[in-house]
Design a protein. Sequence first.
Length: 256
Amino acid sequence: MKDFAVKILTAEKGNTHLFSVGQAGFIIKSSKGQLLAIDLYLSNCVERAEGHTGFKRLLPKLLSPSDLDFDAVVCTHPHLDHFDLDTVPQLMRHKTKLFCSVDCKKLIKQTQMEYYREQITYVTPGDGARVGDFSIDFVPCDHGEGAPDAVGVLVTVDGKRIYEAGDTCLRLDRAGEIPKPLDVLIGPVNGRYGNMDEEELSQLAEALKPGITIPCHYGMFASHHGDVGRFYDIMTKQKLPIHIMQQGEQYTLKRL
């Protein structure tokens, strides 16, 4: 078992914990110790599929699929850094519930995961689910023609709201569809492949006014770009609350 898994498992109960896995991957641990994963990328499958150095994995592998047993896993869309072909099938062994956008069906078939059909739910914006301590709402997301059925994720746990916008361009016209108040907003800053850039995520933060904004989708691949330093400068200039998470870092949302 890797050190990062031990860190997650031993995080104190009684508080809610958020862990950064890299790229757009996050793990939420409830105050009772239940685990939910969003868009984990633990392998090198993107480089293998794309076949060039722009998609070489640049961040270390902190976690193996066998290290943790998840209560729920979310894949927001079928791009392989969000639906990891080498990882997702291995996460299903302990009756884990998988929620994925409807355009993930081809990957489910490709990975021969129909065996787990009773554990798999295909979701669209407006859908919701309850798994243990987690209330999961799937919200609109605009990732363009490459992933037209992509979703964002709003997780309510222990009275906290954590919103991962997913891979999306800026859609301030939809900001009113996101329940508030938010404790945490997570969003991309790479400005490529239909995603928000640093300035645009700051605009979404200004509109939603979360307790804290955490940038993601930078540092994993050279071709994806994303300047977290620029995002820091923009947010601090606007006096908007920001927290930049190192891969493997733990952020604790303490109970009031």
